[in-house]
Design a binder for this molecule. Structure first.
Ligand code: COA
Ligand code: ZN
Length: 307
């Protein structure tokens, strides 16, 4: 493996994590978690989503959470948007680091955002147009169900390739998030697909790549390692392994951030994260009522993890 290269972990617990929790989490607790993640030295945190409050009531206070975090410096706070309305609301709330999502599989896209993939792509085009007028605008394009769909099974690589090509044609800086929404991707598939797209677009400096994994089948860390070996350097993960798409039956939490930090750091790959402080955030999240947390290393004695 290519070792000794820095990676960036984006903690998505305040979005992918919290959206999966049914019991309302107080706004003040959401703010506390994001601040604690920043204190653990995360330079990127995905905080909430500007989605329909009917679809995900838990995300209804996203604007307030961002407002309370506006004083944080030296950290990128992004937010998820499913359409142009969400992007407009986010930008009006002062958030210019957006994560747009559509699914490679038609069935999951319908289930998640109630529209066809081509209709969702039209929303992406509108968001790109909006972004051209916003200072400091950054776009992550999360393609959900890249490897596996909870309804259709294995997703054809060509389908994902076509979506990527169409987005690259917009001629706008994009970081693609290759999302294993169900956690049912296998490491060889992750490696081969990541290598393929990285190689294909390597001359385009406006294009970046991230891997967004879930740990449903215990493959989260393995998949991240294979993505790393293929050249990916940005990884989404969630403190305490919280997370999961409410519209993807059977999908459980994100790969735990602390599992990735523990693994990469012990391989000599710097993450920049303070693992002790991250474990404290994981404990904070785990203490919320009705949370379905995951991950592995946080259940071990601290001296065996941080030693
Ligand atoms: N934020 C807030 N409200 C929104 C919105 C957004 N991003 N997009 C649409 N709405 C509002 C519309 O203004 C409209 O309001 P009205 O009833 O007062 O007129 C209403 O929602 C219906 O609009 P429509 O475009 O028909 O939406 P929909 O009912 O088809 O829902 C989504 C589409 C995308 C808004 C909804 O499915 C959604 O928010 N999904 C999010 C899924 C998600 O977060 N999944 C997990 C992350 S991957
Ligand atoms: Zn996810």
């Amino acid at each position: 493996m290519n070792k000794k290269q820095e990676i960036q972990i984006v903690d998505v617990a305040p979005r992918d994590g919290f959206q999966a929790v049914k019991a309302p989490i107080p706004t003040v607790s959401k703010i506390e978690v994001s601040k604690a993640l920043a204190a653990a030295n995360f330079k990127r945190i995905e905080v909430g989503s500007f989605v329909s409050p009917k679809a995900i009531p838990q995300m209804a206070d996203t604007k307030d959470v961002h407002a309370a975090l506006s004083g944080l410096s030296d950290v990128r706070l992004s937010t998820l948007v499913p359409n142009a309305i969400g992007a407009k609301n986010a930008i009006e709330a002062g958030v210019s680091d957006l994560v747009f999502v559509l699914s490679a599989s038609e069935t999951h896209n319908q289930s998640n955002v109630k529209r066809s993939v081509s209709n969702s792509f039209g929303e992406l085009e509108k968001i790109v147009d909006m972004g051209k007028c916003v200072e400091g605008f950054m776009l992550r394009f999360n393609i959900a169900t890249v490897f596996d769909c909870p309804f259709e099974g294995r997703v054809l690589e060509q389908t994902v390739q076509d979506i990527i090509a169409q987005a690259v044609d917009l001629d706008f800086p994009i970081e693609f998030g290759l999302c294993d929404t169900t956690g049912r991707a296998f490491p060889d598939h992750v490696a081969s697909f990541c290598s393929q797209v990285i190689e294909q677009y390597k001359s385009n400096k406006d294009i970046g790549w991230a891997f967004h994994g879930h740990d449903t089948y215990g493959l989260g860390v393995a998949n991240a390692l294979y993505a790393y070996d293929a050249g990916v350097r940005v990884f989404d993960a969630a403190a305490a392994g919280l997370g999961g798409c409410p519209f993807a039956p059977g999908a459980s939490g994100n790969t735990a951030s602390e599992d990735l930090v523990f693994t990469f750091e012990n391989m000599g790959v710097a993450t920049g994260i303070d693992l002790e402080k991250l474990l404290d955030v994981a404990a904070l999240i785990d203490a919320f009522p009705d949370v379905d947390t995951g991950g592995h290393v946080r259940s071990l004695p601290r001296k065996r993890i941080c030693g």
